[in-house]
Ligand binder design. Structure first.
Ligand code: PFF
Length: 469
């Protein structure tokens, strides 16, 4: 096999994996999920899922990758379990689906950066006009896919790691400046109260399953992205501590994004947090007018800064999404990296066309599906939202099979042995108990149950959790 390359050191890996984790999921999705799911109550559930369930899954993915030094499909084959390679195929499918719509939203974010740079604060009121302007958003999304492809074509240390080393520190500095600024605005405190004081009445099946799906999506789990990145990690690195740093960075940035967002919204609504614009509109509809209210010069600076930040965060994630199918083609078919990148990026862009067209330009794709399928109150959903919902449900399914495989097929002692490289004391550690429990008991049971809950809820309109409790 040709030299696959690798991360130069542990920090390079942590930054690249944290870059994959931190993305639109943290800055665009997390705040509105919190808003919909009961504020702080949602945050507490989310944190519990991240550390008790997702962390063991993350370590397992990295361990499988490092042990085999292969892409997700090749990894299961290399371990000698050809029949389990379907998990890898499922992961690649998820990666392709996610990137196909994610790139569209990332293109919007980049487009907003340009619009705000030109002082167009009205863009929020014209969001649907913007998303139906196919020439504009088509161009932005081609640019975004092009930037992603360029980075991935440069390989692991020269492309992915290098980009993460520039973009991640920039992102952390930018978001910190924005938080400090948003705290100084009038009514910041009302926004923070909404964000930080739990409303237990909002916890239902939707909120619980939403918290787990959000955790999985945000940590880039369940589709082999971390098997792939793990395959480029050195044998002497401690993968448990790496996983803890990655999780802390991801959770930290999501939390900080909320600290930034809600004071801005409260400022705009003069402290009234009742009729919030929920869903995707929170960022694309509400924020531009907030920036407009800040004033013409400062508003342009802060607004453009914000959407540039969002674009940076998205870019380190699209890179990891593209790397999964690219690694598969490079490893398994011996195709040169640059060729594989062009091929895969083009195919994914084409698969993304319905999502690109489905926000106003094409009537058909804008109302493509009526979900839940068998419910009394179905509502029509655009193609992009449908893809997003389907892909993050599939991640739970993928995660379920990964832990099942590690716990019962590959077996705990092999997992333990791989994790022990770079962590001599692992066998006597608390982490081992958590991880073993995660892959044998907590993970398989919880992921299976929640997968069923989510499928019934999303696609059939049945709220199982509310029915039981
Ligand atoms: N974690 C990314 C986010 O929160 O935006 C999305 C993502 C990237 C999911 C890579 C899955 C993945 F493999």
């Amino acid at each position: 096999m040709a030299n696959r390359g690798g991360f130069t050191n542990k920090l390079g890996f942590i930054l690249a994996a944290a870059g994959s984790a931190v993305g639109l999921g943290n800055i665009w999705k997390f705040p509105f999920e919190v808003g919909d799911g009961g504020g702080a109550a949602f945050v507490v559930m989310y944190l519990a899922f991240c550390f008790l369930l997702c962390l063991p899954v993350m370590v397992t993915e990295i361990a499988i990758g490092r042990k085999t030094q292969r892409n997700p499909v090749g990894a299961f084959k290399a371990l000698g379990y050809k029949n389990w390679a379907f998990i890898g195929f499922l992961g690649i499918l998820c990666g392709v689906l996610i990137l196909s719509f994610y790139n569209v939203i990332a293109g919007w974010a980049f487009g907003y950066f340009i619009e705000l740079l030109m002082g167009n604060f009205e863009i929020g009121n014209n969001f649907s006009e913007f998303t139906s302007n196919i020439l504009k958003i088509g161009l932005y999304s081609i640019l975004f896919m092009g930037a992603t492809a360029f980075i991935v074509s440069k390989g692991i240390s020269g492309g992915i790691e290098r980009a993460a080393k520039m973009l991640m520190p920039a992102l952390i500095i930018m978001i910190s400046c924005l938080v400090i600024y948003s705290f100084t605005l009038p009514h910041a405190i009302e926004g923070l109260k909404f964000y930080l004081i739990p409303d237990l009445s909002k916890i239902d099946g939707n909120a619980v399953s939403g918290a787990l799906r959000q955790a999985f999506f945000s940590l880039s789990l369940g589709m082999g992205a971390l098997i792939t990145y793990g395959s480029y990690v050195g044998k002497n690195d401690n993968i448990v501590s790496s996983a803890v740093y990655i999780t802390l960075t991801d959770v930290g940035i999501a939390f900080i994004a909320g600290l930034m967002m809600f004071p801005l919204v409260a400022f705009n609504n003069m402290g009234d947090m009742t009729n919030l614009q929920s869903g995707p509109g929170l960022i694309f509809v509400t924020l531009p007018s907030v920036f407009g209210n800040i004033g013409p010069v400062l508003g342009v600076i802060i607004g453009a800064f914000f959407f540039l930040l969002l674009s940076f965060a998205a870019l380190t994630s699209t890179v990891s999404l593209l790397e999964v199918p690219v690694a598969y083609i490079v490893d398994e078919f011996n195709v040169r990296r640059a060729r594989a990148v062009i091929l895969v990026a083009t195919i994914i862009f084409i698969i993304g066309l319905p999502s690109l067209l489905g926000n106003g330009y094409s009537d058909f794709f804008s109302n493509a599906f009526t979900i839940p399928f068998f419910s009394d109150q179905p509502s029509s959903s655009d193609f992009l939202s449908f893809m997003a919902g389907t892909a993050d449900t599939l991640l739970l399914f993928g995660g379920f099979f990964i832990v099942l495989f590690a716990g019962y097929i590959w077996k705990k002692h092999n997992l333990d042995e791989e994790i022990s490289f770079g962590y001599a004391n692992y066998k006597n550690s608390f982490a081992r108990i958590l991880i073993n429990l995660g892959v044998t008991v907590v993970g398989p049971i919880l992921l299976f149950l929640l997968f069923i809950v989510v499928v019934l809820n999303n696609f059939f309109g049945i709220d199982l959790i509310q029915k039981i409790f």
